[in-house]
Design a protein around this ligand. Structure first.
Ligand SMILES: *Cc1c(COP(=O)(O)O)cnc(C)c1O
Length: 360
C-alpha cells in the first residue's frame, strides 16, 4: 500500500515504522495477552511503558535531572491557562506575541491574572520577529512566555538569545519540539500538544524545572497543579495510556534515526528544498522574513487568483493531502514534521513545479 503524504499541521503524520509496530503489538503487547489500550495504568506493564518513554525522551532532549517530565491532558490550549495558574503567584508575566498561538496564550493568561505584552508583530501580519529595540521586558516578571514555532504563520525562533531577559522563559514548542536539539536549561518550562511532532492526540507534554513547582495557590484545582501531577508521576488520574505508548515508540524511532542532531539535518534539508522551490517560482510566495522562517510549517500563497481549489484537488491525485492553509492566512501550508519523509517534500515540490508549468 502506498502511504499518502499528509501535510496536516496536526494531528500529523506518524513514522510508518511506528504505525507498523503499533499494529503488530495491537492485540497482544509483549506476550502479556492484552492490548496496551486494555491495560491498567497501575500495573507493571504500563509502568514499564511510561518509564521507558520518559527515559528515552530525557535522553533525546538531554533533560537535566532537576526537571520533571509530565504527561498531561487538555492540549497545549489547557497550558495557556495552567501555566499562569501555577506560575504567576500574584505577579505579572511577560508575553511575546509573534503569531496566532502566542496571541491566544496571551489572551488566556489575561483571564487568569496579570499578563503584559513585551512586543507584538501583528502589524506586520506576523511575518517577522521583533527586533531587540522593540522589546520591553518587565525585570520582575514571573516569566516570559514565547511560542518558539508559530504553526499558523510559519515563524520560528531559531536563536532564543535574541530575547534575553532575566525572567524565567516558558515556551510553547508544540509544533517543533524534537525537530532539533534544544538546551532545556535555558527554559523554566516547555510544553506541547503531542499531535504535531510527538505522537497521537490526547497527550500534552510539559517539562518543568523543579523550583517552579509549589508556587500554585492552595485553591488551585488538584488536576491543574503541576506539583501534584509530578508527585503522582503524571498518574493522579488515568493518563492517556495509548498515546503515551505510541509517543514512546516515536522516541525509540527518533533514537534509531540518530537522535535530534540527525533529525535537525534532515529537517534543514527538507525545509531548504521547499523554500527554494517557492522562492525560485513565479507562482508561489512565502511572506515570512527568511531569518525566521519555520522549518516545520511552510505557508505559501499562489500569486494568481482562482487556482487554490484546483491546486488542492490536483495535489490529492498525487497522494498529497491536507495542504490547504489555515483560514487566518489563506493559501496553502505544508507542515513537514519529523515523520514527513524527504521523498514527501520532493513529491510536493515536483507537483508544485508541474502545476506552475501548466497553470502559472
Ligand atoms: C496546535 C498548537 C496549539 C494547540 O494545541 P492543542 O493541543 O490542540 O491544544 C498550541 N500552540 C501551538 C504552537 C500549536 O501548534
Amino acid at each position: 500500500m502506498e502511504r499518502t503524504y499528509n501535510f496536516s499541521a496536526g494531528p500529523a503524520m506518524l513514522p510508518r515504522e511506528v504505525l507498523e509496530q503499533a499494529r503488530d503489538e495491537l492485540l497482544n503487547w509483549h506476550d502479556c495477552g492484552l492490548s496496551v489500550m486494555e491495560m491498567t495504568h497501575r500495573g507493571k506493564d504500563f509502568s514499564a511503558i511510561i518509564a521507558q518513554a520518559e527515559a528515552d525522551l530525557r535522553e533525546l532532549l538531554g533533560v537535566p535531572a532537576n526537571y520533571k517530565v509530565l504527561f498531561l491532558q487538555g492540549g497545549a490550549t489547557m497550558q495557556f491557562a495552567q501555566i499562569p495558574l501555577n506560575l504567576l503567584a500574584g505577579r505579572s508575566a511577560d508575553y511575546l506575541v509573534t503569531g496566532a498561538w502566542s496571541k491566544k496564550a496571551f489572551k488566556e493568561a489575561q483571564k487568569v491574572g496579570s499578563a503584559r505584552l513585551v512586543a507584538t508583530t501583528e502589524a506586520s501580519n506576523f511575518t517577522r520577529l521583533p527586533a531587540a529595540s522593540e522589546l520591553e521586558f518587565d525585570p520582575d516578571a514571573a516569566y516570559l512566555h514565547v511560542c518558539s514555532n508559530e504553526t499558523v504563520h510559519g515563524v520560528e525562533i531559531h536563536d532564543l538569545s535574541a530575547f534575553r531577559t532575566s525572567a524565567t522563559i516558558v515556551a510553547d514548542m508544540s509544533s517543533h519540539i524534537l525537530s532539533r536539539p534544544v538546551d532545556i536549561g535555558q527554559y523554566g518550562l516547555i510544553y506541547g500538544g503531542a499531535q504535531k511532532n510527538i505522537g497521537p492526540a490526547g497527550l500534552t507534554l510539559v517539562i518543568v524545572r523543579e523550583d517552579l513547582l509549589g508556587r500554585a495557590p492552595t485553591n488551585l484545582p488538584t488536576m491543574l497543579d503541576y506539583a501534584v501531577q509530578a508527585e503522582h508521576g503524571s498518574m493522579l488520574n488515568t493518563p492517556p495510556t495509548y498515546s503515551i505508548y505510541v509517543a514512546g515508540l516515536v522516541f525509540q524511532w527518533l533514537k534509531k534515526q540518530g537522535g535530534l542532531a540527525a533529525m535537525e539535518q534532515t529537517n534543514i534539508a527538507k525545509a531548504k528544498l521547499l523554500y527554494q522551490a517557492i522562492d525560485n517560482s513565479g507562482l508561489y510566495h512565502n511572506p515570512v522574513e527568511p531569518a525566521c522562517r519555520s522549518r516545520m510549517n511552510v505557508p505559501f500563497t499562489l500569486n494568481k487568483p482562482g487556482l487554490e481549489e484546483l491546486f488542492v484537488a490536483e495535489a490529492k491525485k498525487q497522494n498529497i493531502v491536507s495542504i490547504k492553509g489555515h483560514k487566518m492566512v489563506g493559501g496553502m501550508r505544508a507542515s513537514i514534521y519529523n515523520a514527513m519523509p524527504p521523498q514527501g517534500v520532493q513529491a510536493l515540490v515536483d507537483f508544485m513545479q508541474d502545476f506552475e508549468r501548466r497553470h502559472g
